[in-house]
Design a protein around this ligand. Structure first.
Ligand code: ATP
Length: 252
């Protein structure tokens, strides 16, 4: 079996992803105005907001692509600006459109990307990670050039599983997925959560977020304006959330 044991952050519940009072933007254009956000080990956090609200900019903070003018950003304790290598080692990032080496197979992609990450793994371990991510065995040796969005995501998830990262960032993971693909993807997120991964996804897909997230936050004008935690068997009141979501957007 591949060693898919819990990642380093699983031992204690603490904010793996942390943004405190961050002001940041692009040149003179300030996008985040005092943002506070925390995602703990073993938690799925969905960040929703209108176009241009600052969701992707928030992910960019953790990746070290955007430098805050004020405030604190940490990835499992590492500052992405002063310690970029340490911070990136803690992270997997799955963009809306997953970029892979098109002429390589799924297994070769994961093996190569693991090598690049400095965490080489044998063929069997890679195949086991791909299987754990739900990719059919028949697809492991196929070139990824013909893969659907859902299959590409599975390759990325396999990489995250094999790297045992404590934190996962996702940008619009379910856009373009059909309901079955979305449900399957959410099942994978739940698997990562069970392993203690802190998951932050930015999305417009309220239904999918309500399905899988432990907390949903709304960002507006670069601030977190509302945060709702799942509770009870119904988890979220989706109608009420939708009204509030539409309301936040209408007020813009
Ligand atoms: P969407 O839902 O449309 O993806 P978002 O909430 O993810 O929106 P961001 O991508 O964070 O929003 O963008 C916030 C603002 O920052 C937008 O006005 C955008 O035009 C601007 N912006 C984003 N990236 C850059 C950049 N590299 N340089 C300059 N401005 C940028």
């Amino acid at each position: 079996m591949a060693n898919l044991s819990p990642p380093r952050a699983a031992a204690a519940r603490h904010p793996v992803l942390e943004v405190s009072d961050v002001v940041a933007g692009y040149g003179a254009h300030t996008i985040l105005h005092g943002l506070d956000l925390r995602v703990e080990a073993g938690e799925i956090y969905a960040l929703l907001g209108a176009n241009g609200a600052g969701k992707t900019t928030t992910l960019s903070l953790f990746l070290g692509f955007v430098q805050p003018g004020r405030g604190r950003v940490r990835v499992n304790g590492a500052d992405p600006l002063s310690h970029p290598t340490a911070a990136r080692r803690q992270l997997a990032y799955i963009p809306e459109n997953v970029a892979l080496y098109e002429h390589l197979s799924a297994r070769e992609n994961v093996a190569y990307l693991l090598d690049l990450a400095g965490q080489p793994a044998g063929k069997q371990a890679v195949n086991e990670a791909l299987a754990a991510a739900g990719l059919d065995a028949a697809a492991h040796e196929r070139r990824v050039s013909g893969f659907s969005k859902g299959m590409r995501q599975k390759v990325s998830i396999a990489l995250a599983l094999a790297r045992k990262v404590p934190a996962l960032l996702l940008d619009e993971p379910t856009s373009g997925l059909d309901p079955k693909g979305t449900a399957e993807f959410n099942r994978l997120l739940a698997l990562l959560r069970a392993q203690g991964v802190a998951i932050l996804m930015v999305t417009h897909d309220l239904l999918s977020a309500a399905d899988v997230a432990d907390r949903i936050g709304f960002i507006d004008g670069g601030r977190l304006v509302e945060e709702v935690a799942a509770s009870g068997s119904q988890r979220f009141d989706v109608r009420a959330l939708h009204r509030r979501y539409a309301n936040h957007e209408a007020q813009r």
